[in-house]
Write a protein that binds this ligand. Structure first.
Ligand SMILES: *[C@@H]1O[C@H](CO)[C@@H](O)[C@H](O)[C@H]1NC(C)=O
Ligand SMILES: *[C@@H]1O[C@H](CO)[C@@H](O)[C@H](O)[C@H]1NC(C)=O
Ligand SMILES: *[C@@H]1O[C@H](CO)[C@@H](O)[C@H](O)[C@H]1NC(C)=O
Ligand SMILES: *[C@@H]1O[C@H](CO)[C@@H](O)[C@H](O)[C@H]1NC(C)=O
Length: 311
């Protein structure tokens, strides 16, 4: 019996001691607008808070200390780099520290850094812009007061035309644009008609031409080339008629006439070359044979047929 009382007393003592050394965690940790805020633990007046964050949602992702936040202040301004992050905060007093308390994920409405996500598709004379939110927090929070400012401009030989823009609430937009031209698009949120968050990346596309435009352009090209070709032919024919005597003269030296003696030679039948008609090399030297050929070649011109019979 006494033993039981003793154990009970010791346990009570232990619990009491633990109570004095333990620290309640910060209360009511939440994201409000662009602030993370919490309340101090009950019955504590001067504690420090340690604030950490991590970007991934996996359990082995690393937690990082939020710089410049190890103080008694119980709120923290969220800057754009914390988009998508989760925070945790704990109270510290001397060597004692509380459990961690976790926040929700930072969304567009907290980070003030979102841009609408834009998808672009083009058809002849048209562009379709589809807009999506990175998350739905802005619309949930601000509803109709959040709008899209879709701006677009034409890119021409490296220059830019005036920027046009449309303010819209709808997620899908059709724009009538000039075919065969390159256009660039970007989009930003408007909050109460003031620019809000980041500007989206630019997205550019060439607006295609309609089938009729391509066809009529091809047709025009064919007509023009045909006309040009006919005109050139006409000019040629005209010139030929006008100067046909001159042209004839010019062409004359080009006429291919085979000299008579070659014709004779070809007609002589055997078609053998004079060299082979030489008397046998045993009796006469090659040199003399060459001589005969030379004579034959020069004499044929004057004497014609007679010489042929010599060989
Ligand atoms: C925060 O400050 C307390 C007290 O000055 C100190 O013990 C603790 O190590 C600090 N934590 C960090 C992360 O700097
Ligand atoms: C918005 O732009 C800032 C720099 O201007 C950048 O640090 C931040 O990551 C951007 N936020 C998003 C959500 O793209
Ligand atoms: C929409 O965006 C364009 C381009 O950034 C800008 O010139 C225009 O002033 C914006 N419109 C409004 C109402 O802010
Ligand atoms: C914008 O472009 C950068 C780099 O080209 C890319 O890292 C980023 O994710 C893009 N942002 C959006 C909203 O597509």
């Amino acid at each position: 019996m006494i033993r039981h009382v003793c154990v009970g007393a010791v346990l009570m003592l232990l619990i009491n001691i633990e109570g004095t050394f333990c620290l309640y965690p910060p209360q009511d940790v939440k994201l409000v607008g662009s602030y993370l805020q919490w309340k101090k633990p009950p019955d504590e007046d001067s504690v420090l808070y340690l604030l950490q964050y991590k970007h991934g949602s996996k359990s082995d992702d690393e937690w990082y200390n939020v710089m410049s936040h190890n103080e008694t202040e119980s709120r923290f301004k969220i800057t754009p780099e914390f988009y998508g992050a989760v925070f945790r905060v704990r109270a510290e007093k001397g060597n004692i520290m509380s459990e961690w308390q976790y926040s929700k994920k930072v969304q567009c409405v907290n980070a003030n850094a979102c841009a609408p996500v834009m998808k672009l598709s083009v058809k002849p004379e048209k562009a379709y812009v589809t807009l999506e939110n990175m998350d739905e927090s802005l619309e949930k929070e601000h509803g109709e007061n959040i709008q899209f400012n879709v701006s677009f401009w034409k890119v021409d030989n490296g220059g830019y035309s005036k920027v046009e823009f449309i303010i819209t609430n709808s997620r899908k937009h059709k724009l009538e644009l000039e075919s065969g031209q390159t256009y660039c698009f970007q989009v930003q949120y408007l909050f109460y008609e003031k620019p809000y968050g980041n500007v989206s990346n630019q997205s550019c596309a060439i607006i295609p031409e309609t089938l009729e435009m391509i066809k009529s352009r091809d047709l025009l090209f064919i007509i023009l080339t045909t006309l040009l070709f006919t005109a050139m032919c006409g000019v040629c024919i005209f010139l030929l008629f006008r100067h046909h005597k001159k042209v004839k003269q010019l062409l004359q030296p080009l006429r291919l006439e085979i000299p008579d003696h070659y014709l004779e030679f070809l007609r002589s039948g055997d078609g053998e070359f004079p060299l082979q008609a030489c008397p046998s090399p045993s009796s006469q030297s090659l040199q003399s044979c060459d001589m005969i050929i030379v004579i034959e070649n020069s004499s044929v011109k004057q004497k014609g047929q007679e010489e042929e019979h010599v060989f």
